[in-house]
Ligand binder design. Structure first.
Ligand SMILES: *[C@@H]1O[C@H](CO)[C@@H](O)[C@H](O)[C@H]1NC(C)=O
Ligand SMILES: *[C@@H]1O[C@H](CO)[C@@H](O)[C@H](O)[C@H]1NC(C)=O
Ligand SMILES: *[C@@H]1O[C@H](CO)[C@@H](O)[C@H](O)[C@H]1NC(C)=O
Ligand SMILES: *[C@@H]1O[C@H](CO)[C@@H](O)[C@H](O)[C@H]1NC(C)=O
Ligand SMILES: *[C@@H]1O[C@H](CO)[C@@H](O)[C@H](O)[C@H]1NC(C)=O
Ligand SMILES: *[C@@H]1O[C@H](CO)[C@@H](O)[C@H](O)[C@H]1NC(C)=O
Length: 499
């Protein structure tokens, strides 16, 4: 009985906000709510449901802060030397000259131009005091990562760094990954790679030496946090089973939280030196420079509010005036994407943005107000007599052939109830022939020798020996040549008859 409803739902015309859900319907669950058009008995309406916004470049929406704040090069102007060649000193940084300045924004601008634009730190002038920089990226929103975080260094890649994340807008921080030329020495951790992880250790925080060893800085400039390799542990190497991954993300809070952030922090702890010894006579060789940071994900723009009782916050006061649910819910979500407040968890069999509609399978009680608990009445469509469990606005169900009545519990003339309405076959006027017995007016129970709707046809019309002999049916029963084939005919002669 649910089948037709499901089909109707699948025919829904998804709005552009929901494109991703078309591909991964299994992902519905905790994700954002968005609207889609659905066909209901009232016609085409908007429905609000769980869906996923599209993944995209999240660096467009972040705010970046550096600690210490004056760590960017150029104030005062400085000249830098190349790490691999201390006599090659043609990298000038001057904060007051646009062409020579390297402000933090250049980590997030469009790459692909030549020469590359990049942020650059001051050099390691205070060696041996460590050159420490925190680059904090804040979204003030919950982001679900969908691809690797990739940091491209224009300097050599740091010898020590930590990628950290926050899920509570920067109040608390957890490490995501440690990076070092020597993990044991730097962080007293055994070096690992993401390939060492299994489904059971997927959420382990590792220290990797993959992105720090050597200073082949002309060739390999990137440091990664490998999201996709971790996804692959659930979705398969080609990520073709995303449904399995999303299923896991939906049901496993730890897993979901792991890939969710509000802030990221890159803690640069030691610049590339390219050697075991630091050249103290030319510290202009040592600095950090980053040309690009890639963070791909989708934004969770849902803000859930409970709109009765206290304490009231400014935000809830502002939004709760739009949380009108006719008493069927006291919870609303603010959907930033739509700039709309919608009711969530509508009770009393209601649904819709304001719980103003009846759930499918229910219809509006005409005598009840919208805020009445009895506003939606169950359709109660007969499961055998009806096409679906849904009814129209006055409670009428759509009946199958032969059935009638508001709930399709009755039969039209010429039909008889037998798990739905079946057409009448025999009665006092239209009798079963050849000694057949009319059974519930729906079929003739024929003697073994006859078949047909009204037992009007002799069985085995003259082809085999014994046909026409009134005892042939009995003989066949006693000595069946192909008993398995005959059995259904003997048990249900009327059904076997051609109609
Ligand atoms: C940054 O400012 C602090 C004081 O606010 C100062 O001690 C430090 O030397 C400055 N660093 C640089 C690299 O200018
Ligand atoms: C960077 O962040 C860490 C904690 O995440 C903090 O201990 C440190 O003081 C911050 N600043 C610098 C310059 O490292
Ligand atoms: C963060 O978002 C909240 C709610 O949207 C807003 O009130 C607040 O001003 C934002 N904070 C920052 C620092 O942007
Ligand atoms: C060291 O740096 C200065 C500029 O700060 C440069 O003139 C010099 O050639 C560099 N190399 C050596 C080996 O001193
Ligand atoms: C319709 O609502 C009215 C008002 O609440 C209620 O008295 C009546 O019982 C409801 N009808 C049904 C069939 O429940
Ligand atoms: C529901 O169907 C019945 C029977 O077809 C009809 O009489 C009634 O007007 C319909 N109600 C609505 C609201 O369409």
């Amino acid at each position: 009985m649910r089948q037709p409803v499901l089909l109707l739902a699948m025919q829904a015309a998804w709005s552009c906000l929901c494109r991703a859900t078309q591909h991964y319907p299994a992902a519905w669950g905790h994700y954002d709510v968005c609207k889609s058009q659905v066909y209901t008995d009232e016609g085409l309406t908007w429905d609000y449901m769980a869906c996923q916004p599209e993944a995209g470049d999240m660096t467009k929406y972040l705010r970046v802060t550096l600690d210490p704040p004056n760590i960017t090069c150029g104030d005062p102007p400085e000249t830098y030397c190349a790490l691999e060649n201390p006599y090659m000193c043609n990298n000038e940084c001057d904060a007051n000259t646009v062409e020579l300045a390297h402000p933090p924004e250049l980590m997030f601008d469009f790459e692909g131009r030549n020469p590359t634009t990049f942020w650059q730190s001051t050099s390691w002038r205070k060696y041996p005091k460590p050159l420490l920089v925190n680059i904090t990226m804040s979204w003030n929103k919950t982001i679900e990562l969908t691809d690797d975080i990739v940091i491209t260094f224009e300097s050599g890649r740091p010898e020590q760094m930590v990628l950290e994340k926050s899920l509570d807008y920067g109040r608390t921080w957890q490490p995501y990954q440690f990076y070092a030329t020597d993990c044991l020495d730097a962080f007293t951790m055994d070096p690992k790679t993401v390939q060492d992880l299994t489904q059971h250790t997927l959420l382990d925080i590792i220290c990797t030496e993959d992105y720090s060893r050597g200073y082949v800085w002309k060739y390999d400039k990137t440091v990664r946090f490998e999201i996709k390799d971790r996804f692959a542990l659930f979705a398969g190497p080609q990520l073709h089973n995303m449904a399995s991954l999303y299923g896991q993300l939906d049901t496993t809070k730890n897993l979901r939280d792991f890939f969710t952030i509000t802030d990221l922090r890159i803690r640069l702890l030691r610049p590339a030196t390219g050697a075991t010894m630091v050249d103290e006579n030319n510290l202009s060789r040592y600095f950090y420079a980053i040309s690009d940071i890639k963070v791909q994900g989708r934004m969770h723009t849902q803000l859930s509010l409970t709109c009765d009782g206290r304490p009231w916050t400014r935000a809830s006061l502002l939004l709760c005036k739009d949380c009108e649910c006719f008493g069927h819910s006291n919870r609303c979500s603010y959907i930033e994407l739509l700039n709309t407040v919608i009711c969530v968890s509508c009770k009393h069999n209601t649904r819709g943005q304001h719980c103003q509609l009846c759930k499918l399978g229910y219809y509006r009680n005409a005598t009840a107000e919208l805020d009445d608990k009895n506003v939606c009445l169950e359709c109660k469509c007969d499961p055998f007599g009806s096409e679906s469990d849904r009814c129209n606005g006055t409670g009428f169900c759509k009946c199958k052939e032969g059935a009638t009545g508001p709930k399709c519990t009755e039969c039209q003339p010429g039909y008889l109830w037998n798990n739905g309405c079946k057409s009448r076959v025999c009665d006092e006027l239209l009798r079963c022939q050849n000694g057949g017995v009319c059974h519930n007016n729906l079929r003739c129970q024929c003697p073994a020798a006859f078949t047909g709707l009204l037992c009007e046809k002799p069985r085995c019309e003259g082809e085999a020996a014994g046909c026409g002999d009134p005892d042939s049916g009995q003989a066949a029963l006693r000595l069946p040549p192909t008993p398995l084939l005959l059995l259904p005919l003997l048990l249900a002669p009327a059904w076997a008859a051609p109609l």
